[in-house]
Design a protein around this ligand. Structure first.
Ligand code: OGA
Ligand code: MN
Length: 282
């Protein structure tokens, strides 16, 4: 197994391993690399849904929501992200993650790790970008660290309640159907301690955070704007251009990410995704 750092900000590429068939020694090595680099890129994986699920489960309890649109038939654990159309209908989620976010932070128990596997990639477009929110936190001034130390933020799923997000075109005519399902808001500390490394991160994102508990908007919104801008400074970021067979896994408590979309026609980008849950942010 070879491990190669991908950027100053985050990420490592792992070659020479088949994630469908790893032993405990390899797992320990992968686990350590995951904590060190936050994002792992496994190249050349021919991964069926079962081993994809099994590998994910080594890192936590798998997230399954049978009512979620576009899961793989027979596998409620696997979501399909795709721009393929069959008889005029998309076979997957068209634009997952079109605003900076960390996965499932609107939940009481958010996502720990996401595993995204590229079965088909387009010639152009469809990159994904991550930003390191450990470093974003660590580079704040001492004054700002003191100011935000005990703040808690409201995370909401419903895009209609977030002036920084827009209702997704694919689901616009079904906004009530999608967002009308009451998903309770979650309140999480703005500064989160990672469950394994203990390092602190700036655990907010413009897609899900809409306010600060106990703070009026005239004060909270400018503070959030400042922090959102800071957390995506270029020096914290890594941008990935996908290759067919890539399996990426990322650590949501310490990274935010965005899908860049813009897939050039007639390219097809077709991915399978699993998620595992983590701890209650503290
Ligand atoms: C996700 C996500 C971005 C992309 O799957 O959680 O944000 O580029 N995906 O597909
Ligand atoms: Mn995402």
């Amino acid at each position: 197994m070879q491990i190669k750092r991908l950027s100053d900000a985050l990420g490592a590429e792992i070659t020479g391993v088949d994630v469908a068939d790893i032993d405990d020694v390899e797992f320990a090595e992968i686990h350590a690399a995951f904590l060190e680099h936050q994002l792992l890129v496994f190249r050349d994986q021919a991964l069926e849904p079962e081993p994809h699920i099994e590998f994910s489960k080594r890192f936590g309890a798998i997230e399954t929501r049978p009512e979620r649109p576009f899961t793989l038939p027979g596998y409620p654990e696997v979501s399909v992200l795709s721009n393929r159309m069959v008889e005029g209908k998309p076979v997957g989620v068209l634009s997952a993650g079109d605003f900076w976010h960390t996965d499932l932070s609107f939940g009481e128990i958010p996502c720990r790790a996401t595993f995204l596997h590229a079965l088909e990639v387009a010639e152009e477009g469809g990159d994904t970008e991550w930003s390191n929110i450990y470093t974003a936190y660590e580079t704040l001034s001492d004054d700002m660290k003191a100011r935000i130390a005990d703040l808690r933020c409201t995370h909401v799923f419903d895009r209609r309640r977030n002036r920084r997000a827009q209702v997704d075109a694919q689901f616009a005519d079904k906004a009530d159907e999608i967002y009308g399902v009451p998903v309770p808001d979650a309140v999480h500390p703005m500064v989160r301690q990672h469950p394994e490394t203990g390092r602190k991160s700036l655990y907010i994102s413009p897609r899900f955070v809409v306010g600060v508990e106990g703070m009026e908007d005239y004060e909270a919104q400018p503070l959030l704007d400042e922090l959102f801008e800071h957390q995506i400074e270029l020096k914290f970021r890594y941008r990935h251009t996908w290759r067919q067979g890539d399996l990426l896994m990322w650590d949501n408590p310490c990274l935010i990410h965005i899908g860049r979309g813009d897939i050039k026609s007639p390219g097809i980008r077709h991915m399978h995704r699993t998620m595992v849950l983590g701890d209650r942010p503290h």
